[in-house]
Design a protein around this ligand. Structure first.
Ligand SMILES: Nc1nc2c(ncn2[C@@H]2O[C@H](COP(=O)(O)OP(=O)(O)OP(=O)(O)O)[C@@H](O)[C@H]2O)c(=O)[nH]1
Length: 948
């Protein structure tokens, strides 16, 4: 028996260079590769197992142990199982001489495989943990500094993808595999995929391998639709009718995109956590399916070496029976029939009914009550022999209902489940593949590159070579991958020839492989249909009595065939488990890290350009801000000074002009004609009014001058505004006509005094003018007589006294009356005659004293200057506010830019680190070699290029 990875016909198998026999060598089978199989535990294997036991799986640091720069793994010692040709001089102990040696090698290889698996698992687990942390950080960062997301465009459809609706499973990883179009042009490197990925979020991860292939050809660009195309896991789903995703992305603001991205990050974290749980799960499930009555249950029992599952059921098995190790059920052997429509929970008895193993027959055909049952059995085989309890991985076997049009779909869906690592298809050697079988295998081949095929009932076939040929031809059409590895994956066996123990009790089966088959009732069926009616039906296993010697040899051969199948199945399960569990994690991680790397690169560059932009802005804003602050202080001072100067100037001018006007009003020709004595009062009124008008006019002049001065000052302030605030300050509206509009008639009312008689007679003037009166030569006799003294000084009084003395009292008495009358008449005539000359000064004095009492000059000067100040304060305040606002705006701009600068700097460093971290993470994940290409004889037995 040989369990080497060796193509049956030399057409396929492991690397041909490795398997090619050396014709010059005396040992043509060297180099020899170790394979998985049965046998007791060797010392080396035990040592390796102990290493495994101490491997915690997830070390504290991702860099701590497993990875070295050369991509090797610390725990792996190439010398231990190195793939070296056996030296020619070294005689090889053949399996016939020492069968245990081969078993040991297989055993050790199995454990090495497990060690290698654990290292990969630990590496991926650590990277998942790290990536989850990175995503959590990114989510936090995204809320502080909304990450830029390239605008999105639909990726172009691959030119050639025969079945875009299916993701292929159990393919090898991307290492060198190239998907080829029909014309043999490399399309893209193939990342490992599995069926389940197409059913959930992982399907979104698939296009990234294409994106990865395109990336290096892309020139480095900042936020382009092409970059968006490169996303796979973090691709945002933007759907609005009538708009392309790119248009939607453009129309959305940064914050909305960031929040969408956060949602995507959350989903990714959840998915990574699920993937980690999956890779930590050490169990593996094998689904056994096939045509009705093909012998599935018999085959499962043969694997278990116990007749657990009911065989030859009428009606056929109609529920899924999963056989698990009883250790998972407290070492209790029993069957849990799961209620239809409920999710099985072992600790919740309401989800299932408990049956004994003997009662299984009652359950397996009752698909009305149950859909599946869990059968817990104690494994009677050693860990080196058992598939179920092999010391490496917990495997459960699921016996599916036979395929027909009803069960086909259910079984296909079942097979696509993530937990199903391997599908074993049992086909009757006599019946070949039915239509249902073909449909199932064809579909499953799209999901899983390889199907393990058991051609059962081979004992019934006489022309075995012909049967093999026909079956393999059919396999070639149904699953190319499986056909290429047919020596490992297609087995012709007779399951009923395998000795099995009874379901009750766990005594070992009859070890004599050909000694009567079943330890109980599982003998061969005589009515198993033959391939050809005329062919001789072989095999009489389980029949009482010893078989003839010839039959004994055949029975041994059947057992050996079955053992070979078991070895292959075990290897296949272990390898596929590695791929089906680790490959999705690896692919998804690669995609997430590639997306993160791309996102980080874009955002690092965005942050850098943001930083450059704000730094440049700040170079302009900083000096403008300082200048604006300085201008605010200086201009305020200047304006205040201008206002003060203008107002005090106007005040003083006004005072001077009004005072002068009041002072000069008496001497100014007012142009009022004297109408004569009869209109003296009217004349006085006119004079008064003219004087007041004169003064009012002076005030008007003052106001006019103030206006002009104000206009000049407003313009000066305006110029300052334009200088410091720009042209918009020109819009300032100032209308000087509105100044001093409330003054009219004010003065007339204030100086509203009555003209009095005394205004016409000025006694002091009279006294002062007596010389003039004498000089007039008025012909008063008395006056002449009395001489010169009559009119000088107190002349006329003295004269009167003198006259009295000269003329005597009697004469005087006669002269007094006419004299007095003459004097009065004379004085009155004189006074009335001098009114035009004497009235204005008298009125002027009265006006002056009245105005003085009113503090008229000061009041008006103050009024005009106050109004001027009020007028000037408006543009001044405006300018001040403008300058203040300019300073504030510049200050705010500066603050905002400083904040952006700080944030951008932090973001640039963060995304820079993220670029580095994700790049390193990606390299580490890429180094996880799921093919085990450099692990000799353990894995990687399936050649590249055979992927579907
Ligand atoms: N001669 C021969 N008979 C076999 C072999 N394997 C199974 N049988 C017989 O074939 C019949 C059907 O076997 P089962 O194991 O019940 O077939 P199955 O595929 O599980 O049937 P369903 O699940 O009910 O579709 C039984 O009578 C078996 O004894 C075999 O290798 N050789």
């Amino acid at each position: 028996m040989s369990q080497d990875y060796r193509p049956r016909d030399g057409s396929a198998g492991p690397s041909s260079s490795r398997s090619k026999p050396n014709s010059s060598s005396p040992h043509p089978r060297t180099p020899h590769y170790m394979t998985v199989g049965n046998g007791s535990t060797s010392a080396s294997a035990a040592a390796l197992m102990s290493t495994l036991d101490h491997d915690s799986g997830y070390g504290p640091s991702i860099l701590s142990d497993s990875y070295t720069n050369d991509g090797g793994s610390k725990g792996w010692h190439p010398g231990l199982t190195s793939d070296q040709p056996t030296p020619e001089f070294a005689p090889r102990i053949s399996d016939e001489i020492n069968p245990d040696a081969d078993k040991d090698r297989r055993m050790m290889a199995s454990h090495v495989h497990q060690l290698y698996y654990n290292q990969n698992r630990a590496a991926l687990g650590r990277q998942i943990t790290k990536t989850v942390e990175t995503l959590q950080d990114l989510r936090q960062k995204n809320s502080e500094w909304p990450a830029q997301y390239p605008s999105v465009r639909e990726p172009p459809k691959p030119k050639s993808d025969p079945r875009p609706g299916f993701a292929h499973t159990q393919s090898t990883t991307a290492g060198g595999d190239i998907h080829r179009e029909k014309d043999n042009v490399p399309l893209r490197p193939c990342a490992p995929r599995r069926a389940a990925t197409s059913l959930d979020e992982e399907s979104t991860a698939e296009p990234s391998s294409a994106a990865e292939a395109q990336k290096p050809q892309e020139p480095e660009r900042l936020i382009t639709p092409q970059s968006a195309q490169d996303f796979s896991v973090l691709k945002l789903q933007l759907n609005v009718t009538g708009l392309t995703p790119a248009e939607i992305a453009h129309s959305m603001n940064k914050e909305s995109i960031a929040s969408l991205l956060n949602g995507r990050i959350n989903q990714t974290i959840q998915h990574l956590i699920r993937l980690r749980a999956r890779i930590e799960d050490s169990s593996s499930k094998v689904l056994v399916t096939g045509d009705l009555n093909a012998g599935k249950s018999t085959f499962c029992n043969a694997l278990l070496r116990r007749k657990i599952l009911p065989e030859d059921q009428q009606p056929c098995t109609s529920i899924f029976c999963e056989v698990l190790d009883a250790k998972e059920n407290g070492n209790l052997e029993e069957a849990h029939a799961v209620h239809k429509g409920t999710i099985y929970k072992r600790n919740d008895e309401s989800t299932y009914d408990v049956y004994s193993l003997q009662d299984l027959e009652k359950i397996v055909t009752d698909n009305q009550t149950y859909t599946q049952c869990k059968v817990y059995v104690k494994d009677i085989r050693t860990i080196d022999e058992s598939l179920l309890n092999n010391g490496v991985v917990d495997i459960s076997i699921i016996d599916a209902p036979g395929l027909n049009s009803d069960s086909l779909k259910t079984t296909a869906v079942f097979a696509r489940q993530e937990e199903i690592d391997v599908v074993v298809f049992v086909v009757s050697a006599a019946n070949h593949f039915t239509l249902s079988a073909k449909e199932f295998i064809w579909n499953a081949a799209q999901e899983k590159a390889y199907i393990f095929i058991v051609v059962n009932g081979f004992d019934n076939i006489r022309d075995k070579a012909r049967c093999e040929r026909i079956i393999l031809e059919q396999v070639a059409k149904l699953s190319r991958g499986t056909f290429k590895e047919s020596s490992e994956l297609v087995h012709f066996v007779s399951s009923n020839a395998i000795p099995v123990a009874t379901a009750i009790g766990s005594g070992p089966p009859d070890g004599d492989g050909g000694g009567g088959g079943s330890g109980s009732s599982s003998g061969p069926s005589n009515d198993f249909p033959s391939m050809d009616d005329d062919e001789e039906t072989l095999g009489k296993h389980g029949e009482p009595g010893s078989p003839p010697k010839k039959d004994k040899g055949k029975e041994k051969e059947k057992l050996q065939d079955f053992e070979k199948l078991e070895g292959s199945l075990r290897r296949f399960v272990l390898e596929q488990r590695a791929k089906s569990k680790l490959a999705p994690a690896k692919t998804y991680l690669l995609n997430v890290l590639a997306d993160l790397n791309l996102l980080a690169t874009v955002n690092r560059d965005v942050a850098q350009s943001e930083l450059d932009r704000v730094s440049q802005d700040l170079q302009e804003i900083e000096p403008a801000f300082e200048k604006s602050k300085k201008a605010r202080a200086e201009v305020s001072d200047d304006v205040d000074k201008t206002i003060e100067e203008t107002c005090s100037n106007i005040y003083n001018n006004t005072r001077t002009i009004i005072n002068n006007a009041i002072f000069q009003v008496a001497t100014t020709n007012l142009g009022v004609p004297y109408p004569g004595l009869m209109s003296a009062f009217q004349y006085a009124e006119d004079i008064k009014q003219a004087m007041l008008d004169q003064i009012s006019q002076a005030v008007t002049i003052c106001e006019e001058k103030a206006k002009q001065k104000t206009i000049g000052s407003v313009n000066a302030i305006k110029s300052l505004g334009v200088l410091h605030l720009g042209d918009e300050y020109n819009d300032l509206n100032f209308n000087s006509d509105r100044m001093f509009t409330k003054r009219r008639d004010l003065l007339a009312r204030q100086v509203d005094f009555e003209i009095e008689l005394s205004d016409f007679f000025d006694a002091s003037s009279l006294w002062g003018q007596n010389e003039k009166v004498a000089g007039t030569g008025m012909a008063l006799t008395v006056a002449s007589v009395l001489g010169g003294r009559m009119m000088g000084g107190f002349g006329w009084v003295d004269g009167a006294v003198g006259a009295v003395r000269v003329m005597g009292a009697q004469n005087m008495r006669r002269l007094v009356i006419p004299g007095l009358i003459a004097a009065v008449v004379l004085a009155t005539t004189y006074t009335l005659h001098t009114i035009p000359t004497t009235l204005p000064p008298r009125l002027s004095r009265r006006i002056s004293s009245t105005l003085s009492a009113l503090d008229y000059t000061h009041t008006n000067a103050l009024r005009i200057s106050i109004e001027t100040r009020k007028i000037l304060r408006y543009p001044a305040e405006n300018l001040h506010a403008g300058l203040q606002q300019s300073v504030r705006e510049l200050g705010e701009k500066r603050e905002e830019r400083l904040k952006v600068k700080k944030d951008s700097d932090v973001a640039r460093k963060y995304f820079g680190n993220l670029v580095r971290e994700t790049g390193e993470g990606r390299r580490r994940v890429e180094d996880v070699d799921l093919e085990g290409a450099h692990v000799p004889g353990v894995a990687g037995g399936y050649e590249e290029g055979v992927m579907v």
